[in-house]
Design a protein around this ligand. Structure first.
Ligand SMILES: Cc1cc2nc3c(=O)[nH]c(=O)nc-3n(C[C@H](O)[C@H](O)[C@H](O)COP(=O)(O)O)c2cc1C
Length: 344
């Protein structure tokens, strides 16, 4: 007999489940160029919580994407906006104008005025917290939930691993739901973070390879072939250039990034460019490089952003199957632990 899939979340992660209004507090982390209506609606329709990636989308396109997603699902989904993106303010206008219910601010510390604006509406706001101190500040400023994302994750990453962030932040922050992201590829790890007090989990890499993901077939093939040691963070050659590390499969694009970094450093040294402009050029590189791999399928020169959990991506699977496996494997793990604990 198939186990009741709801049972697991009756005991664990129920705060996240109720906060998001979903069956399973499993978020499909926003991925630029990939987290579009097909993938986002599939995750929400399967009982999880899809998140649209605002990225650098023109605002009118973002509005269209939200409407298209709403046509494909009547379930809740979120919108991820990058606070350092040039069109962040316009994205915020679109979201607030549409009474969008769940907003996620990514990309550095969220501006206070933007938080204050969201607080005046009925929208719920989730923000990333890289330290306990910042988590506390965000809670005080009225953020409704937090996401902690460790360095195992794909894409732009912080310096601290998911497990260490979880052991530092989960026991300390009880006022709001805290979701955990980075390196989660199966239900076993998911259940352990839930037992530590996580309100839910966020996965990116596994969903990038899902059947409904609009990523190019060659992008998905590259994920399936890769092992964890292929997904490495980029290096920073000089502290003067603020490089936010990006975890991606090492390829010729990695070399291109290094060449760009050295060129920008030389220009900074000559006084031909300021640091802000150089940082903008680096971010521009990543958006273009991800597009090249995820949309055009150039997995040699483009950026195949992927987390260490890429080793757990072994085939293209429908979203419904990925979520079912997470829940079933999590349930099996919980039963194993309960059995061990009840043994005399
Ligand atoms: C290809 C790719 C693109 C991503 N793009 C974004 C993004 O645009 N905004 C964001 O907040 N996070 C982005 N992320 C991070 C994911 O939302 C998610 O938090 C992360 O992938 C979780 O770790 P995992 O890859 O180990 O599952 C991206 C991740 C990947 C793999």
């Amino acid at each position: 007999m198939r186990r009741d899939p709801y049972k697991l979340f009756e005991h664990l992660g129920c705060a996240g489940r109720d906060f998001l209004g979903v069956q399973y507090p499993i978020l499909g982390g926003a991925m630029s160029w990939i987290s579009l209506s097909p993938l986002v609606s599939a995750i929400s329709n399967a009982g999880g919580f899809g998140v649209l990636a605002g990225g650098n989308m023109p605002p009118e396109l973002l509005e269209k994407e939200i409407l298209t997603t709403r046509e494909k699902t009547d379930k809740p989904f979120g919108l991820n906006m990058v606070t350092i993106a040039p069109n962040f303010q316009e994205h915020l206008e679109v979201a607030l104008g549409m009474n969008f219910p769940f907003l996620i601010f990514a990309g550095g510390l969220p501006p206070r005025d933007a938080i204050a604006r969201v607080r005046k509406t009925s929208s719920r706001l989730l923000c990333f917290a890289p330290t306990v101190g910042i988590a506390r500040t965000l809670v005080k400023s009225g953020v409704d939930a937090l996401i902690i994302e460790g360095s195992e994750a794909g894409g732009h990453i912080g310096p601290v691993s998911t497990s260490v962030l979880a052991e530092q932040i989960l026991p300390k922050i009880k006022e709001v739901p805290v979701f955990v992201a980075g390196g989660i590829g199966n239900g076993i790890l998911m259940v352990h973070y839930l037992m530590m007090g996580a309100a839910g989990v966020q996965l990116g890499t596994r969903f990038a390879a899902a059947a409904e993901s609009p990523a190019h077939p060659d992008f998905k093939k590259a994920l399936i072939k890769a092992t964890s040691k292929d997904a490495l963070p980029t290096a920073q050659f000089d502290p003067r250039l603020p490089v936010i590390p990006v975890r991606a499969l090492v390829n010729e694009g990695t070399r291109d990034f290094n060449t760009l970094q050295l060129g920008l450093l030389a220009q900074i040294q000559r006084g031909a460019m300021d640091v802000r402009e150089a940082a903008f050029k680096l971010e521009e590189f990543w958006l273009g490089a991800l597009r090249r791999a995820a949309v055009e399928g150039d997995v040699m020169r483009g950026s195949v952003m992927a987390g260490q959990s890429v080793a757990l991506v072994r085939s293209v699977q429908p979203v419904e199957r990925i979520i079912r496996d997470l829940v079933e494997d999590g349930t099996t793990e919980l039963e194993r632990i309960l059995k061990v604990c009840s043994e005399p």
